[in-house]
Design a protein around this ligand. Structure first.
Ligand code: TYD
Length: 213
């Protein structure tokens, strides 16, 4: 069974923790799982990630930022995601195209359509099969991050609270538009509850689609 499943959400939504828990649970059920993330996941894309998220790069133009995310996405897709899916694996990816639509398109104000068009070039129609959107109040997310001493603060974490509220609004709009593909998970709950809901969403998806894959 091979799918691309993406995890999306604002800062501190817990999606990275949940991704690892989901991978373990799916592996226990004998699925072959690949865990990965954007921007990054492979060497060339990790190099691009460093440029994008470097706190020193305050001069970065927002279109440059959007193009770099799309470039990192392209390389990661062809080098890692597509080969894994072709080998029958289930790819769990921390962020993908929806992050660009929301962060660059909506919150930065470049326009979701514009961002979709550069990403269309990058991904050639390779959309996720299922997306889990971890929804929470940005104040809660940012206070979680502040407590996590191991987490490196990046350029986007330094944006104003207004930007993070825009991110939430963007995700909610996108989710309403693509409600078949994007499932909402309430990320204000405890990790156990969030994991339970996320796993349920994935298993329901697999059950519904098992005859089509
Ligand atoms: P990361 O440290 O991976 O954050 P998180 O744990 O929240 O996923 O940093 C990724 C940052 O890049 C995050 O702030 C979201 C942002 N981003 C975009 O703005 N556009 C994109 O297309 C992607 C993939 C990420």
């Amino acid at each position: 069974m091979c799918y691309l499943i993406t995890l999306e959400g604002g800062e501190g939504s817990g999606k990275t923790t949940i991704l690892n828990l989901l991978a373990e649970a799916l592996e226990e059920k004998e699925f072959e799982v690949v865990r990965t993330r954007e921007p990054g996941g492979i060497d060339i894309a990790e190099q691009i990630r460093k440029v994008i998220l470097d706190r020193a790069n305050t001069a970065m133009d927002s279109r440059t930022e959007a193009l770099l995310y799309a470039a990192a996405r392209r390389q990661h897709l062809v080098e890692k995601v597509i080969p894994a899916v072709q080998m029958g694996k289930m790819v769990l990816c921390d962020r993908y195209i929806d992050s660009s639509l929301v962060y660059q398109g909506f919150a930065r104000g470049l326009g979701m359509e514009e961002i979709y068009s550069i990403n269309k070039f990058a991904i050639e129609g390779y959309m996720p099969d299922l997306t889990l959107y971890f929804d929470l109040d940005p104040e809660i997310g940012l206070s979680r991050i502040a407590k996590d001493e191991d987490r490196e603060v990046n350029r986007l974490d330094l944006e104003s609270i207004k930007f993070h509220y825009q991110v939430r609004e963007g995700y909610q709009l996108l989710q309403q538009q693509y409600s078949n593909r994007i499932k909402v998970i309430n990320a204000e709950n405890t990790i156990e509850e969030v994991f339970h809901d996320a796993l349920n969403a994935v298993l329901t998806f697999i059950e519904t689609n098992k005859n089509n894959s």
